[in-house]
Design a protein around this ligand. Structure first.
Ligand SMILES: Cc1cc2nc3c(=O)[nH]c(=O)nc-3n(C[C@H](O)[C@H](O)[C@H](O)COP(=O)(O)O)c2cc1C
Ligand code: SF4
Length: 638
């Protein structure tokens, strides 16, 4: 018996025995919207993998409530089209193959830009919707019942009804978003009425054959919205129909993304207390699911063992490491790749064209990997120049393929640009990832040569077959008079005490903003001077929203945008804004003007071995995601 005995204990829900308490939370991946009206192989693989890894319930995402009319839709599996149904049934069967329960999310998004009442936000978080008329509401109610019944007939064991995050249907529930004046708006009873009608219609069709889980925002975390007490009251109404209530939270607004998909501005497991509150209220008889950045089976076990929840749901942790469950059960929790909560997965799926994860470079290719990866040939001698994330990743992959790998790192320790993360409170997951990589290198057969400056001559003389160059980038120094008085952002971590209490940060990209925020959180007065009209335009969309929200809370962090820095002295910065010159007196000045790749150095290694790969920031200074991805590509091709 492993040490997760509460978490792994089976639980009966009506006619279903669920084998453990782990729910793989719904994730819409890019391939669910490729134009097919059924799960294609990529989507199929993604959800089935979660069953294979050992989740008790796998919630799939992609079914649409009404017949599909536009192949670009968010959730576009058609439960009305015969040909689509074959594949949807196959999805359930493939999940059953591993003894897991198959569930499908029915997401309450209405066609035609409808929301509960005029002006409510649509899913893009910017466009305002229009009030759904009762005739359409009734059409959707029937659609819910039809889809639930159809899924049951196709072999699904359950449905997850997404009634949270202020998505269009959830807007009925909240006093903040429901401004209707008919029988579906106003009083508490009126606000829950439509969703209760839907639940009744569904139960009428599926009886107690299906596990119904309701995802709701137990707290919307917005003034005038659903608060915890109201959340419990709503759950109390739902429990008559729901087997499981999932205690999620937040609303679809940029500043609340970090609540719903907890980021590192919040402490670990920040939303578990919501599930606990439902349990402790003694008013909820349904099972309760805790969700929100639950990243380890250890935490999950504690949540279940202590009675804070009956189930835990995970989404990103299983993207970051699809083998989180088997690794942990095998006593190898230290080998689990930690999610860094960056939301690149979300942004790549929602705003991009290709599903990506910063720490799992193959997530979007999973279904093709077997045919893509070449068999490793004879053992090769591989040099990796640079012990940052890209170099370490490349080395780990090459070493796992049986090659003789040496990392040459010029500094005293591994970690590269991730080293700063250990010094920043709101980068604790990134620090964990850095430590994970280092620990993996230490456990492997990789030779690590610290304080070793590899040169082309050295590598050539030692007869390396392959050279992977991951030497990183160096700070860009703009030609501003007096720029030598600045401290580079990356070097400012760890010497904060010496910076004084009043600091200017020149450059308001993501790095500048995060540095400024870090210093402001330490109690310093910080001013960011940025040439562009807004801060951190280079950050990915969700992280930018989180960052801007956090910055807005720091009263001692001031931003000056649209300003050109004209001169720097030891204790002041001169800048121009709107045609006027200004001078800002400070104790120290930090430069965050970007990074430039060490192209010359990386190119110097060309031609000394059978193959050469440059990876990470020395190709172009970017995020950890690209560093890891390119490291993987370099390592896997040897
Ligand atoms: C890439 C991505 C796609 C998601 N897609 C959906 C979705 O289609 N439906 C949904 O209800 N939630 C979706 N979510 C939200 C997750 O189900 C979950 O509620 C959220 O990520 C918090 O859980 P976590 O901290 O374990 O990731 C998505 C999250 C991510 C990161
Ligand atoms: S992209 Fe970032 S948030 Fe998403 S799973 Fe990967 S590490 Fe976690």
């Amino acid at each position: 018996m492993n040490s997760y005995k509460n978490l792994m204990s089976p639980i009966r829900i009506g006619k279903h025995m669920v084998k453990n308490r782990i729910i793989a939370a719904p994730v819409t991946i890019h391939s669910a919207s490729n134009g097919e009206t059924y799960p294609n192989e990529s989507a199929m693989n993604f959800f089935v993998q979660r069953a294979r890894a050992g989740a008790g319930i796998v919630v799939c995402a992609g079914a649409k409530l009404l017949p599909v009319t536009d192949d670009g839709e968010h959730a576009a599996w058609d439960l009305y089209k015969h040909n689509s149904m074959n594949r949807i049934a196959e999805l359930a069967e493939r999940i059953h193959f591993y003894g897991a329960k198959a569930s499908m999310e029915l997401i309450g998004i209405f066609d035609g830009g409808y929301v509960a009442s005029e002006g409510g936000l649509l899913m893009d978080m910017a466009t305002k919707g229009r009030e759904i008329p009762i005739s359409e509401m009734m059409r959707y109610k029937e659609a819910y019942a039809h889809c639930a019944e159809m899924l049951m007939n196709l072999g699904f064991d359950g449905i997850l009804l997404h009634f949270g995050h202020s998505i269009p249907i959830a807007q009925f529930l909240s006093p903040l978003t429901n401004k209707r004046t008919d029988q579906y708006g106003g009083s508490f009873e009126n606000r829950v009425r439509y969703l209760v009608e839907i639940l009744e219609a569904i139960r009428e069709k599926v009886g107690n054959n299906m596990i119904i889980e309701i995802r709701m925002s137990v707290n919307e975390f917005k003034e005038g919205g659903i608060d915890l007490e109201e959340g419990i009251k709503i759950a109390e109404v739902f429990q008559k129909y729901a087997d499981i209530v999932q205690a999620s939270c937040g609303m679809i607004t940029p500043e609340l993304m970090c609540r719903t998909h907890p980021c590192d501005f919040l402490p670990p497991n920040p939303n578990v207390y919501l599930a606990e509150a439902l349990k402790k209220s003694g008013r909820i008889k349904s099972y309760v699911t805790a969700i929100g950045a639950i990243g380890s089976l250890e935490d999950a076990e504690e949540i279940i063992a202590s009675g804070k929840a009956d189930f835990i749901a995970m989404s990103r942790a299983l993207i970051a490491d699809p083998d989180l469950i088997p690794k942990s059960l095998a006593g190898k929790a230290e080998d689990v790749v930690p999610c860094i909560k960056c939301m690149r997965c979300h942004d790549s799926a929602v705003y991009g064209h290709y599903f990506q994860c910063s720490v799992n470079p193959t997530i979007g290719l999973m279904h093709h990997l077997d045919s893509m990866i070449k068999t490793a040939g004879e053992k090769k001698k591989v040099a990796v120049v640079g012990g940052g994330p890209s170099g370490m990743y490349a080395a780990l992959i090459a070493s796992s393929r049986g090659h003789d790998v040496t990392i040459f790192e010029k500094t005293e320790n591994l970690g590269g640009t991730l080293k700063f993360a250990t010094k920043v409170d709101f980068k604790y997951s990134l620090a964990k990832f850095k430590n994970y990589l280092i620990a993996q290198v230490e456990k492997s057969d990789i030779n690590v040569c610290l304080q070793c400056q590899a040169t082309p001559e050295l590598l050539k003389s030692e007869g390396y077959d392959h050279v992977i160059v991951s030497v990183g980038a160096e700070p860009l120094v703009p030609p501003i008079p007096g720029v030598e008085h600045c401290i580079n952002a990356i070097k400012s971590y760890g010497i904060e005490d010496s910076l004084g209490s009043n600091v200017a940060v020149i450059g308001g990209g993501q790095v500048g903003c995060e540095t400024a925020l870090h210093l402001a959180k330490m109690g310093k007065k910080v001013t960011v001077i940025e040439m562009r009209s807004e801060l951190a335009p280079d950050a990915s969309i969700t992280h930018r929203g989180d960052l801007m929200d956090e910055i807005s809370k720091e009263t001692n962090l001031k931003q000056i945008t649209g300003a050109r820095c004209t001169g720097i002295q030891k204790d002041y910065v001169s800048y121009e804004k709107d045609g006027e010159s200004h001078r800002l007196s400070v104790d120290s000045i930090i430069l965050a003007a970007g990074m430039k790749p060490m192209t010359e150095l990386s190119d110097s290694f060309v031609g000394i071995s059978d193959s050469y790969w440059a990876t990470g920031d020395c190709v172009r200074a970017r995020t950890v995601e690209m560093a890891v991805r390119e490291g993987y590509f370099a390592g896997i091709n040897i």
